[in-house]
Design a protein around this ligand. Structure first.
Ligand code: B3K
Ligand code: ZN
Length: 844
């Protein structure tokens, strides 16, 4: 397979003035007729006329009306084109019903839909399928299905046809088409300048009761983007469609967002509070792309973080505004550590802006998205809120309608602030998570913090240079009062010290408040000092972090030295949970423990070999100790989490239910599941039903409930995904592989559906002790199924390969077992480019 490099970028030889497409829909033989107006690109040197095209049957091709015979390869075609404006016309035939890869035009439950990002449009027709080629599209759909949708505004429709026109130039990856027997929930939004926008959320008949929340989220997002970023919507209609078979979460096609049904459909009886929050965020994310991604797009796919990092950053701001900002920040950091840190510190490590790839779909990663968003958060912290707002205004004004680069993005900040951001740019170019070591000095009223940053070598990057780190710091006096409010220290050197004078007593530092930079903080401190911060830190993130690091250290000592649970941690936890002034959501987070994989990573970083069983036992013991420490507090607190009145998926109610669920986990350890069974029986929403069932399963009970749950929900795919997932994630480690194997034989294991495949195998890979259980049964099972899925759906297969990315952390037996599975996958004949690249990188 060919490697593509950022440094080789060249503009396309032609510009596209307009694209006219006609689709004659037919499941196995859809005809696509294209009429494309090209003209030489004055900015380009090379005038080669190459159009991408894959899996297309070329029926005819014309240039300016004259039939031609282009040179066709599996990747595309080349033709002799004039050095003057001309019209290209082609007719191709495609097979949507046979398209199981779910890229290009495909069918899901009798409905046609598309997924073009990143390079799927080339499976629809011949085209310069690259994001810097932007054009205006007009689409005609001929088909017998009642609803026929494409991008932009409706132009006309009649019996068996519909026409759409999108006035905004766009790259082909934002093209979309949907045709199906669909019903809409409709509403409208009046934009800030008084324009009426028709909003539709399209679903399959039977799903109408799950649309209300998504529609509200859309309206909130539209309003928020006007209020916060001054961004107004720019078409007469905004359509969202829910699809059951989809490779990822959702897609921001211009005016026609397509969503995995799991990321848009919601109702209290079938969705958890977490589902609701996620749906609200994804709807916002896709909507926000209308400006950050669509109006201003990426010059090439190396610039993916330009739209994704910024849009994730924007959706996290939105969630912080809609819900609790500290809780959102903590959730984001938990997620970053769980998904991005292992990526950045293993064989798949790559810069936020990668410099090469074989298959771009493999780079829709936590690094590009979430680290990309962290980088923007740091930039905002460094320049301040006002300059950030000004820079964004300039970005929109200067680049609207363009395909841009990270250089363009940073330049607006440089122009607004006069800062030189060349060092900051390393955040885009250097991979790996910086480690920040802190030591301190205290003498005569002066307190000094010494910082040292290092980043370990990563694939292709043996040497690392110092990065700009905004380190938010506060100081707390011995009596618990803050003596220095949050101040952002700007670290630019490998080693740097900051002094604070005129202090009456040696303070306790609160470092990296709000997780002001995505680094690994290394600081030797006593658990007493952490407990002090847990009690007194005014920064809600660092207060949580103090508890988290106490729990982490305690678990690591328990796992490696057979230590007892840390008493400071347990005391601090009890104090916090007693504190009714604290948000229940926040207290629920305090009860959480660092994930098993995160602990394994921490041990590996410290040069030790993690033992999954020991880590599992440690967590079990610490949970038991939490329950004992909380003792009599648990039941009244659990009772206080009960909600009288109607269910609402808002921050307040979700917070209470989250705390109730965390407590129920502990209570179930002591009461054999009595309270959980009662909660299950009384539950009138999915959040309570599922959390009760999870507790019961974890306690080795709940068989009757599990069967009843299946019976109740067997016709709801999204709930049955949860049923698959839960049985694995709540199984005891030694039962995980067998449970998963049995579930693969269940008649509902429709493995070609990505949600179902991920429900089962995501849960398998996510159960640390179960996945790594001795013997390697889980490794083998996953590898078997990756091999089976690859020819059907390379994208989903490749994504799931990352379950193996941490394999070098483990002991030699496990490494041998995983290594053999990786080798077996690699040796599979005709492995997809997607999976081959991933396995190749993971093997290193
Ligand atoms: N831009 C899409 C992701 C496309 C993934 C292609 N493999 C969704 C999003 O980030 O909003
Ligand atoms: Zn996105």
């Amino acid at each position: 397979p060919k490697t593509i490099y950022l440094k080789d970028y060249k503009p396309f030889g032609y510009l596209v003035d307009s694209v006219d497409l006609t689709f004659d829909l037919s499941p196995h033989a859809t005809r696509v007729t294209s009429r494309i107006a090209f003209r030489p690109n004055p900015e380009a040197e090379d005038r080669e006329f190459f159009l991408h095209g894959e899996k297309l049957k070329l029926i005819s091709a014309r240039i300016d009306g004259n039939e031609i015979t282009p040179e066709v390869t599996p990747e595309g075609l080349t033709a002799e084109a004039p050095d003057a404006p001309f019209v290209w016309e082609a007719v191709v035939e495609i097979d949507p019903a046979g398209n199981t890869a779910l890229e290009g035009l495909y069918m899901s439950n009798g409905m046609y839909c598309t997924q073009c990002e990143a390079e799927g449009f080339r499976k629809i027709t011949y085209y310069p399928d690259r994001p810097d080629v932007m054009s205006v599209f007009t689409v005609r759909i001929n088909g017998t299905l009642p609803v026929l949708l494409s991008n932009g505004n409706p132009k006309g429709k009649g019996d068996g046809w519909a026409e759409w026109h999108d006035p905004w130039p766009k790259p082909a990856y934002l093209f979309a088409l949907v045709a199906g027997d669909l019903v809409a929930t409709s509403d409208s939004f009046e934009t800030v300048s008084g324009k009426e926008v028709a909003l539709n959320l399209w679903v399959r008949p039977g799903d109408e009761h799950k649309t209300a929340f998504g529609m509200e989220a859309l309206k909130k997002s539209m309003k928020w983007d006007e209020d916060t970023y001054g961004r107004e919507y720019d078409l007469k209609v905004f359509n969202i469609v829910a699809v059951d078979d989809f490779n990822m979460g959702a897609m921001e096609n211009k005016g026609l967002n397509i969503f995995n049904s799991s990321c848009v459909l919601a109702s209290p009886d079938t969705s958890t509070d977490m589902n609701f929050e996620r749906i609200e965020a994804i709807i916002a994310h896709e909507y926000f792309h209308n400006w950050t991604g669509n109006r201003i797009t990426c010059r090439d796919w190396f610039q993916l973080c330009l739209k994704e990092g910024l849009t994730v950053y924007r959706d996290s701001q939105f969630t912080s505004d809609m819900r609790s900002a500290p809780v959102k920040r903590i959730h984001d950091v938990i997620d970053l550590r769980a998904r991005q840190f292992p990526e950045d510190n293993g064989p798949l490590s790559h810069p936020v802006r990668p410099e090469s790839f074989q298959e771009i779909n493999n780079f829709y990663t936590a690094t590009v998205y979430e680290k990309g968003a962290e980088v923007i958060g740091m930039l905002k912290r460094l320049v301040g809120d006002a300059a950030y707002a000004e820079a964004l205004d300039l970005y929109f004004a200067r680049h609207d309608g363009e395909a841009c680069t990270i250089e363009d993005w940073l330049k607006v900040f440089e122009d607004v602030t006069g800062r030189d951001l060349s060092q900051f740019k390393r955040w885009y170019a250097q991979s790996g998570t910086p480690r920040l070591k802190v030591t301190e000095d205290w003498a005569d009223g002066s307190y000094t913090l010494h910082f040292e940053q290092t980043t370990l070598p990563t694939p292709g990057q043996p040497e690392k240079l110092p990065q700009v780190l905004p380190i938010a710091v506060g100081l707390i006096g011995p009596n618990g009062d803050e003596v220095l409010e949050t101040k952002v220290l700007e670290m630019t050197e490998a080693q740097q010290s900051f002094r604070f004078d005129g202090l009456a007593a040696k303070p306790v530092p609160s470092i990296l408040r709000g997780f002001s930079a995505p680094v690994i903080l290394e600081r030797e401190t006593s658990s007493a000092e952490r407990a002090f911060l847990l009690a007194h830190d005014t920064d809600p993130f660092n207060r949580w972090e103090a508890g988290r690091s106490l729990a982490r250290d305690s678990l690591l000592k328990m796992a490696t030295e057979d230590a007892a649970p840390d008493a400071d941690y347990l005391d601090g936890l009890v104090q916090l949970l007693r504190d009714d002034t604290l948000d229940p959501a926040y207290r629920a987070l305090m009860l959480g423990l660092p994930g098993q994989s995160e602990l394994a990573g921490a041990l590996a970083e410290a040069g030790q070999t993690p033992d999954p069983d020991a880590l599992w036992q440690a967590a079990e013991r610490l949970r038991a100790a939490q329950a004992v420490a909380l003792g009599d507090l648990m039941m009244p607190l659990y009772d206080s989490c009960r909600i009288d009145g109607a269910y609402a998926p808002d921050a307040e109610q979700s917070g209470k239910r989250a705390l109730g669920a965390a407590l129920l986990r502990l209570i179930t350890r002591q009461d054999d599941g009595a309270v959980a069974a009662a909660q299950y029986a009384a539950a009138d929403n999915m959040t309570l039903q599922l959390s009760a069932l999870a507790c019961l399963l974890q306690a080795g009970k709940g068989h009757a409930e599990l069967a009843a749950f299946y019976d109740q929900w067997k016709s709801d795919r999204l709930v049955i995904d949860k049923w698959f997932m839960l049985q694995i994630s709540e199984a005891a480690p030694e039962q995980v592989a067998a449970t998963a194997t049995a579930l693969t034989e269940h008649p509902d294991f429709n493995w070609k559906n990505p949600n179902r495949f991920r429900a089962l195998f995501g849960a398998l890979a996510g159960h640390h002790a179960g996945f790594h259980a001795a013997g390697g049964g889980a490794y083998r099972l996953l590898a078997d199924w990756l091999i089976r899925l690859d020819p059907v759906n390379p994208q989903t297969t490749a994504r799931m390969c990352s379950a193996f990315q941490t394999w070098k952390r483990y002991d030699s037996d496990r490494q041998t077992l995983i290594g053999a599975e990786l080798e077996r996958i690699a040796a599979t004949p005709d492995l997809s480019r997607d999976t081959a690249e991933m396995i190749g990188r993971i093997r290193g």
